[in-house]
Structure formats: C-alpha cells, structure tokens
Design a protein around this ligand. Sequence first.
Ligand code: NDP
Length: 276
Amino acid sequence: ETASRYAVFGHPVAHSLSPRIHQTFARQFGIALEYETIDVAPDDFANAVRDFFAGGGAGANVTVPHKHAALALADTHSEAAARSGAANVLTPQADGGLAAHNNDGAGMVRDLTERHRLDLRGHDTLLLGAGGAAQGVAWALLDAGVDTLTIVNRSAERAEALADRLGEPARAHARYWNDLASIGSFDLIVNATSAGVQGQALDLPFAIVGARALCYDLSYGQAATPFLSWARAAGARFALDGLGMLVETAADSFALWHGKRPDADPVYDALRADGV
Ligand code: NDP
C-alpha cells in the first residue's frame, strides 16, 4: 500500500518545519505518510491545489501568502476558517469537494494556556499586525477571554477592517501605530507582523509593556529575536516565540486527518534542542 500524501503550500516554503513535524507525529502511531513542500506563486496556487488533490493528496497545510486564496477555493469551511477569513488546512471530502479550516488561533491559545499554563482571562491585549495570522488569532483571543483587544497595524485601514469584522466594538478596536506612545500599558502583547521574518525591527515604546506582561511573537527562531529582546528589555514577565503555536497547529491538522491527536511535546523539545 502506498503512503498517503500530504503537503504544505507556500511561497517561499522550502524551509518549512511542517514535513519534519508531521513525520515525527506519524512515527508516534506507526503511520507511513509522505509530506512535501510545494512552492507555488499566487497565480498558480488554485491549479496546484487541484492537481495535488486530483492526484490523491489526503490533506494540505497552507501558509503565506495563500491563506485567503485557500478559503476562497474551498467548497465548505469550518466556523474557525470563516471567522478568520483565511484557511491554513484543506481536506478533501467524500463528495470530491475541499473543506477549509483554520487552526492558527486554536494553536496559539493551546500553546499559551496548556503548554505555558497561562490564564488569558481579563488581559488587556495588544495585537500588532492585521494580516492573515492576526485574523486567525484575534477572535480566538477574544474567545479565550481576554478583556480587551487593541489592534494596531502599519496600514491602519487593515486594523480597522479586522476590528470591524470581529464585531465586538466594546472589546476590540483599532488604534494608530503613532498612538502607542500614549496608549497606556497591556498585559498581553502579540506580535503578528512579519517584520522579524523580513529582518526588520518594530519601533515600539517600552511604556506599552505592563508590569506583569506576557509578550508573544508568532514567528520563531531568529525572526522572533528582535521583538523578544525588546520585550525582555522592557521588563516583560514572559517573552515567548511561536514555535509552540506551530507545533500545536500541526498537531491539530494531524488529528483532523488521522483521527488521532499526537503528543506535541517531544516534537517541540526536539526542535528546541536543535536550536529553533
Ligand atoms: P501577512 O503577510 O498576511 O501579514 C504581515 C503583517 O505584518 C501585516 O500586518 C503587515 O502590515 C505587517 N508588517 C510587515 N512588515 C512590517 C514592518 N516592517 N513593520 C510593521 N508591520 C509590518 O503575514 P501573516 O499574517 O500570515 O504572518 C505574520 C507572521 O506570523 C509571520 O512572521 C509568520 O511566520 C507568523 N506565523 C506563525 C505561525 C505559527 O504557527 N507560529 C502561523 C502563522 C503565521 P501591513 O498590513 O501594513 O503590510
């Protein structure tokens, strides 16, 4: 019997950790699978996805810059994908259609609340960024019980659009980046920008970091270093990168496809031991 085929679509995607993570999960259950990276430009994404599933693909993850396109081309979607306006998981259905799901928010919340045993309830939260990842985590943070969610983005209109979509004006609203100097402090600051991935540092005042603040960067490895160094210098209680989120979202995808939830901790520890 041939191994079932999985893939992550992105652009670029060659350095994705997803193949390694899924292969390690598969070994926990003695499952044989193929998991490849498929680098495809936006114009070719829809055709590449159709080819992959027509050729027997059993599931796909989707990363930058295809998450919106993934939701658009799917036939059905989960509530999480709809609320995110983007999808990072595509699964073929018995009727030949494709189902879209988004587990970025669930993965981040599970990393914070279960791996790091942090209680997000009551936190005044600042979300930096309004791109695909920010859309995925914003509503999940509200569901996890943060008190308020202030969204700031380089392009202010995207922050406003995201706040509008969340539909909870009493708790979630957009502010301008320039307001940060006088906005007060936060209990939780989430960096969902791709600045670090692009080797850029954000210009952030120390004053936004509350006395016992938790700072979280969705990126991991070297990309997270500028933000986490800033957070530590500002006196944050916790400064965490997004490796745990990555592993949890992968575990969630694996559970959806294989019907069994893998143990994410050994994979997380092994990646850390390798210096990620
Ligand atoms: P997008 O391209 O959709 O969005 C990028 C965001 O970053 C936008 O809000 C953009 O602002 C902002 N941005 C980019 N450069 C700068 C800068 N120099 N200064 C300020 N803001 C900037 O990317 P995603 O939302 O998909 O991904 C964001 C990050 O999250 C990436 O680093 C990605 O690796 C990480 N991620 C991690 C995951 C995990 O599992 N750990 C899962 C998903 C994402 P503007 O709108 O003005 O362009």
